[in-house]
Design a protein around this ligand. Structure first.
Ligand code: ATR
Length: 296
């Protein structure tokens, strides 16, 4: 790809940002679509997000992704926030406007598209959401909006689960959410559940752990989704698979939040399914390559 004077610049702000696969994905989209747009990683220290957004605007940066730890802090530095992002309480995509950036959250759309593609139906289903952090908020929003019959929210700190449950029920005018401590899963009577794992437990380099390690839990599940994609099969997914559940890792969520962001920055573009599939293959190859390197 040739960068020239007319190239649009997008990027990701985060800390750390070195391991982000977003530059690879977005530059691949641009190359394949023949768009004059480049995407770069920007390391932004905690507390510096306001300056970064102001600087980005002054530098005529076209759009940004926002990752840990800035997804909430960035919200006060924007000229507008999309309704969904406001409801979720986190922004992961900035779209340039005349007077600043408007914030969006494409994680919710990412998780929904990934689940639908994996054949995981939400409507009418009992769902068990593990975690109450940033990723959990996007997942809870999707599960309630897509009319889950029940959403059990389990988290290590119960107050956070209670806060999220109350917030989602208030937002959608429902009473489907129930907060619980992690160990209280035994109180869940339903079977054939869809579990969505959003905690950081099991993520590389701490693979080999699952937030719930009792096999009996996994026998309650028909389907298990893990927001983690490295490793590609977490212990959570391995245990769910062993119990006979359909499983899906977080790669599709990563891919589709990126697709949605790219389409927000380029409203005239729709990324074809075939291109998304090739981007997924590249992400997998990259992640497998990194694991091989790690073993040496
Ligand atoms: P993200 O933005 O990826 O969701 P986060 O907001 O830091 O990250 O949330 C991390 C989630 O993993 C939280 O639900 C956290 O539980 P607490 O709210 O109790 O902190 C959960 N988590 C992290 N380490 C955990 C552990 N060792 N056991 C159980 N839950 C853990």
């Amino acid at each position: 790809m040739t960068i020239n004077g007319t190239s649009k610049v997008c990027g990701v702000i985060g800390c750390p940002v070195e391991h982000s696969v977003s530059p690879m994905m977005h530059n691949f989209f641009s190359e394949e679509l023949g768009l004059d747009l480049v995407y770069a990683p920007f390391l932004v220290q905690p507390g510096k997000v306001g300056e970064a957004v102001k600087g980005a605007f002054a530098l005529n940066i076209h759009g940004l992704n926002v990752t840990v730890p800035h997804k909430q802090a960035v919200m006060e530095h924007l000229c507008g926030i999309d309704e969904g992002a406001l409801a979720i309480g986190a922004v992961n995509t900035l779209v340039r406007q005349a007077d600043g950036y408007k914030g969006y959250n494409t994680d919710a759309e990412g998780i929904l598209r990934a689940m639908l593609e994996a054949g995981m139906d939400i409507a009418g289903r009992t769902c068990i959401l593990l975690g109450a952090g940033g990723a959990a908020k996007a997942a809870a929003y999707v599960l309630v909006r897509e009319k889950a019959a029940k959403v059990y929210l389990l988290n290590r700190s119960l107050e956070k689960a209670q806060g999220l449950a109350a917030e989602m029920d208030r937002l959608f005018g429902t009473s489907v959410c129930q907060a619980m401590a992690l160990d209280d899963w035994r109180e869940i009577q339903e079977e054939h559940c869809l579990a969505v794992q959003t905690t950081s437990v099991g993520m590389s380099p701490h693979a080999g752990q699952a937030v719930i390690e009792d096999e009996a839990f996994y026998r309650k599940l028909d389907m298990a989704f893990d927001a983690i994609y490295n490793p590609m099969e977490t212990k959570f997914l391995a245990m769910a698979r062993a119990a006979g559940a359909k499983t899906e890792n977080g790669l599709g969520m990563l891919l589709y939040q990126g697709v949605a962001a790219y389409e927000l920055w380029n409203p005239e573009v729709r990324i074809p399914a075939e291109l998304a599939a090739r981007a997924r293959e590249r992400l997998i190859a990259h992640l497998e390559g990194r694991r091989l390197e790690g073993r040496r």
